[in-house]
Design a protein around this ligand. Structure first.
Ligand code: 5GP
Length: 114
């Protein structure tokens, strides 16, 4: 497994507020939240960007999304609604090169890609 800041969280080398974990997926609170609920759902396998994912990763990525939905339910925001976001590369706003799905909610979200 290659290193990223998220690999260090997975290996407990740096702290994080972990809200979910199983063999393949970990989720923790974003250090700089953009909404009342802002959780990063991360496959433990290091894949740098969504461009680097292959068909062999399809099941894993599905599990990431399903984990995000379960966490949304556990946080009590599922019925009100929330957003799942995967940023890719520079123009997509990606800053950590280890695929992660942002689970954002707990308030009415605007839609402004800028
Ligand atoms: P990206 O910009 O790559 O889509 O998202 C990276 C996210 O990781 C950002 O929202 C940023 O706040 C979060 N982040 C960066 N470093 C850390 C860290 O060390 N711990 C946690 N919990 N979140 C981090």
């Amino acid at each position: 497994m290659s290193e990223s800041i998220f690999t260090k969280i997975i290996k407990r080398e740096i702290p994080a507020n972990i809200v979910f974990e199983n063999e393949e997926v970990i989720a923790f609170e974003d250090i700089s939240p953009k909404a009342p609920v802002h959780i990063l759902v991360v496959p433990k396998k290091h894949i740098a960007t969504i461009n680097d994912a292959g068909v062999e990763d399809a099941e894993l990525l599905g599990k990431v999304i399903l984990a995000a939905a379960e966490i949304a339910k556990s946080k009590g925001i599922a019925e009100r609604g929330y957003r799942l976001v995967i940023n890719c590369n520079e123009e997509g706003g990606q800053s950590v090169f280890h695929i992660h799905c942002h689970l954002i909610g707990g308030k009415k979200l605007s839609w402004n890609p800028d």
